[in-house]
Write a protein that binds this ligand. Structure first.
Ligand SMILES: [Zn+2]
Length: 515
């Protein structure tokens, strides 16, 4: 992931201003003589709800959830992955905390396709090389597929055009190409069209290639990936006899999401906030931090807060296997139910050990990805401004569909979220601004067994959790700046003829005068 400097915006009160602004926009005079509520404990004016919830979020609560997730992983073979008992125990933990706080909790099951790999290796004379079978690749015949290696020449090694295979004898051979430019599925189709019996894709950067063909229909010939350490030599091994063994299959598994919604607030303009609960191993940074921030927000807000819009909390399953929980959830809603969702906020990795402070680039201003649906720019602004109120200058990050906001965006729901970085490396400029280590990954243990309790920056976690709590609660008060929904107050104001935006007072029936 690349990052670009982000335009600095006005400071703290913006988010508060969001609610205040929308109240102001209603032209609603503060109730005559209405004094701000007094906090009995301090005698001082009581802060707005978003501020109260955000400041109630603390490290003690957040860290308690991280410790719980670590112990769950320790008790279940070091993993909280989908389909493993460690994931179910994580579900039970979150459900128990929410029920204790008075939430009605559901854990809807969903089905998803899982690709289970049994064997993956390449035998060449005198050695056996590690190969990564691509998801949805068909298996080689029993005993493996024999054939000569057929690498493409350097000037056209990508295999992204049929002409790249011209003049190369790939018939019944194992074609070898380089990763890059086009999809693995496109490379496989072109190789198959050229007569290849199988395809090997050598990575264009260090490390193995854990790729996918996207879906079963793209599995035309067996396809595997190689780390350049093993694969580069294959480009000089044209004609070398080899045996490729790739054995795997698609199985249909089930898993669960966890859903809990405030009993207060409108259910036709719902604010959804989500984080995936599954992991690759213990997954304390990815995504124990997001799950903990979401849980602490829900517990601090409570099950029946003074909000106008209901807030729905979602812990997604099987995100690491393909965003399955969130995708199945959105697809399980009919169009009216999707319309009832005002916006979606995502928390996926919000406490990376070498933390960046990123906000999804909802307005596309960083040129990293397309803008999100209308309202996504406003969500980005709200998140950036609340981070700024805590002294953090955030940067935009690609809205590239790599996390659970993807399906919400796909159906037109405005979205945004927070992210502290994964395998990408921090720049000098970022390190100077955020105090991290330049040249080091934001999370050096991303998707590795070492992603444990020691792999979290707790300051970043607290800052992001408070921003999530503040912004989610503020949208619980009003989403007007995101989707123009006036909410109850403006409608009442309009009906009472108290609109100050120049529009004529609405007759009680609500229909505008025709002349
Ligand atoms: Zn994640």
């Amino acid at each position: 992931m690349t990052t670009f400097p982000y335009r600095r915006r006005t400071t703290t009160t913006t988010v508060g201003l969001v609610a205040a602004a929308s109240l102001a926009a209603t032209g609603l005079p503060a109730a005559a003589g209405a004094q701000p509520a007094i906090d009995e404990a301090t005698g001082a004016p009581r802060a707005e709800l978003p501020e109260r919830v955000a400041s109630a979020v603390d490290l003690t609560g957040l860290n308690r959830h991280l410790v719980a997730f670590q112990r769950i992983a320790d008790r279940h073979g070091g993993t909280r992955a989908a389909g493993e008992p460690g994931y179910d125990a994580s579900v039970d933990y979150v459900v128990a905390r929410l029920e204790e706080a008075g939430f009605d909790v559901t854990t809807p099951e969903f089905e998803y396709e899982r690709f289970t790999i049994d064997t993956e290796r390449l035998l060449v004379p005198d050695s056996e090389l590690d190969v990564q079978m691509f998801t949805y690749s068909p298996s080689t015949p029993g005993g493996g597929l024999d054939g000569p290696l057929a690498p493409l020449p350097p000037e056209r090694e990508l295999g992204c055009a049929s002409t790249d295979f011209a003049g190369v004898d790939v018939a019944a051979a194992i074609a070898v190409v380089r990763r890059g430019e086009c999809t693995f599925a496109e490379k496989a189709r072109l190789a198959a069209d050229a007569g290849a019996a199988a395809l090997l894709v050598v990575n264009n950067t260090g490390g193995p290639v854990h790729g996918t063909l996207g879906d079963a229909s793209a599995g035309v010939i067996p396809v595997g990936g190689l780390d350049p350490v093993d694969g580069d030599a294959l480009f000089d091994a044209a004609g070398t006899p080899a045996t490729l063994e790739l054995v795997g299959e698609v199985t249909v598994d089930t898993s669960r999401n966890v859903l809990a919604q405030t009993s207060t607030g409108r259910t036709d303009n719902v604010v959804v906030v989500g984080a995936h609960l599954d992991a690759v191993y213990a997954g304390i940074s990815d995504n124990g931090t997001g799950s903990a921030a979401l849980l602490e927000t829900a517990l601090r807000l409570g099950a029946a807060p003074e909000v106008n819009n209901a807030i729905r909390f979602a812990w997604w399953g099987a995100e690491e296997l393909g965003l399955h929980g969130s995708t199945q959830y959105v697809r399980s809603l009919d169009s009216e139910q999707q319309l009832d969702i005002a916006l979606y906020l995502n928390l996926d990795m919000v406490g990376s050990p070498n933390p960046g402070y990123f906000v999804y680039d909802g307005d596309g201003s960083d040129g990293l990805s397309d803008p999100g649906p209308h309202g996504s720019a406003q969500i980005e602004r709200a998140l950036v401004d609340h981070l700024a109120s805590q002294g953090i200058e955030a940067e935009g990050t690609a809205f590239d569909g790599r996390s659970d906001y993807r399906e919400f965006v796909a159906v037109g729901i405005p979205a945004g979220g927070l992210f502290t970085g994964a395998e990408g490396e921090m720049t000098e400029e970022q390190a100077a601004r955020w105090g991290g280590t330049a040249g080091e990954a934001y999370d050096p243990h991303y998707h590795q067994p070492e992603d444990d309790l020691g792999n979290v920056n707790r300051r970043a976690l607290l800052v992001n959790a408070r921003t999530a709590a503040h912004v989610a609660t503020a949208y619980g008060l009003s989403t007007e700046d995101v989707n123009g929904d006036p909410g109850a107050r403006r409608r009442q104001a309009a009906e009472r003829g108290q609109l100050t935006d120049g529009a004529p007072a609405l007759p009680r029936t609500g229909r505008l005068a025709t002349r």
